[in-house]
Design a protein around this ligand. Structure first.
Ligand code: S3P
Length: 434
């Protein structure tokens, strides 16, 4: 993928059908949890994005056999925790926070030594939220900043269950502790301030694990085994979000997005865009295993500003950059609160989005935990920067389709982290790129 892409705007409209690529969160879990089963997990619709491939390569370094049997089709030969072998080199998760945090939970309960690292962004991201509760469970983890920053060294060993009240609604924290809990003595309980994506719980149940749940509190008993079952990965609603916003804000657009995951812990973007006046229809509602799926038809609409915050935020956390673009061209003001987590994603997304959309003519004020966006902007092309953040790069390419003139987006090499076909799909829909 080239580093820099130029877009000529404004687009005269986007029309067509798109198959949305596999969900990144579910693809990670399919291989990571699949490796822990006792049997063969056949995966279809796997996302071949760089992040998910990091999970595959780390597992292979631990001796897990993963076969590619076709496009998006994998066979993971699980042999339980016993099947994992001490890696002979450092495990490199690249840009993937999910790989690092879920692996921490898995590695804590092995009987070997391992070291995890990643790219410059990963080495800045907070890991104490996972390493501290794992240490309470008896895990021996060391790293920079008293074990809060990667590289992290883990000496696996015996774990005991714990009760953990997480300060943040994070599926990665929750998942790491539930996975470690399966190897711990007794019960492990995690409570979060709001519900985060629940793909781990759904997949663990599919693999035969019993998980207790009361509201935002979840628990597992240690010693449970995972039984293999097939996994069909739905399309990623976080990837669909770019098209939902593009078709909404570019006049004369109509896009049909096929097989999008509509798990209620992920559909905040649909709720908010619909509240803003977007025309989105859900069709052919069905299930891929334990995950709900639908096709989405989105057509251009006049959007209005909204105020969002609280428990909605974890349900659309990754979509806030592209939502900020929708808000910038909507009528009226949008206020986004309670989103300080965006500062510790692949980039500081509150700073990045307000700085870069402002270069295109948007009026955005950054708050410590959110954004105030004055709508009605008439965007004009400019040079913008993605901070090596895949979701920033894709948001800015869509912004370039709305802006008048040439927008030059740098940092596009990050796009394949979650959406390898994004640029070719844009071209197929007639976007003027070079
Ligand atoms: C993810 C959880 C979220 C999300 C990330 C993927 C996951 O992060 O932002 O892109 O797959 O569990 P947090 O758990 O840090 O909220």
């Amino acid at each position: 993928m080239v580093e820099q892409i130029r877009v000529q705007g404004p687009s005269a409209g986007m029309k067509g059908e798109l198959m949305i690529p596999g969900d990144k969160s579910i693809s990670h879990r399919a291989v990571l949890l699949g490796a822990l089963t006792e049997g063969t997990v056949e995966i279809s619709g796997f996302l071949p994005g760089a992040d998910c491939l990091s999970s595959v390569s780390c597992l292979r370094q631990m001796g897990v056999e993963i076969e590619e049997t076709g496009p998006g089709a994998l066979k993971v030969h699980g042999r339980g925790w016993q099947g994992l072998k001490e890696p002979s080199d450092v495990l490199d998760v690249g840009n993937s926070g999910t790989t690092m945090r879920l692996l921490l939970g898995i590695l804590a309960g092995t009987d070997f030594f391992s070291v995890l690292t990643g790219d410059a962004s990963i080495r800045r991201r907070p890991m104490g939220r996972v390493t501290e509760p794992l240490q309470k469970m008896g895990a021996r983890i060391q790293g920079r900043s008293q074990g809060k920053l990667a590289p992290l060294a883990i000496q696996g060993g015996k774990l005991v269950g714990c009760q953990h009240l997480s300060a943040v609604a994070s599926a990665q924290v929750k998942s790491a502790l539930l996975l470690a809990g399966l190897r711990a003595e007794g019960k492990t309980e995690v409570q979060e301030p709001a519900v985060s994506r629940d793909h781990t719980e759904r997949m663990l149940r599919t693999f035969g694990v019993e998980i207790g749940q009361e509201g935002n509190r979840l628990w597992v008993e240690g010693g449970q085994k995972l039984q293999a079952a097939p996994v069909q990965v739905p399309g990623d609603i976080s990837s669909a979000a770019f098209w939902l916003v593009a078709a909404s804000i570019i006049p004369n657009s109509s896009l049909y997005l096929k097989q999008v995951g509509v798990n209620p812990t992920r559909t905040g973007i649909l709720d908010v865009l619909q509240a803003m006046g977007a025309r989105i229809q859900l069709m052919n509602y069905r299930r891929f295993g334990d995950e709900p799926v639908a096709d989405l038809l989105v057509e251009s609409a006049e959007l209005q500003g909204v105020e969002i915050g609280g428990e909605l935020i974890p349900r659309l956390i990754d979509e806030i950059p592209v939502l900020a673009l929708a808000a910038a061209v909507a009528r009226g003001r949008t206020i986004i609160r309670d989103a300080a987590e965006l500062r510790v994603k692949e980039s500081d997304r509150l700073a990045a989005i307000s700085r870069e959309l402002s270069k295109l003519g948007a009026t955005i004020e950054e708050m410590p935990d959110g954004l105030i966006i004055e709508g009605g902007a008439k965007l004009v092309g400019a040079r913008v920067e993605s901070y090596h953040d895949h979701r920033m790069a894709m948001t800015l390419l869509i912004a370039g389709l709305v802006a008048h003139g040439t927008t030059t987006v740098s940092g596009c090499e990050a796009i394949p982290v979650s959406y390898p076909d994004f640029v070719s799909s844009l071209q197929r829909l007639g976007a003027n790129l070079d």
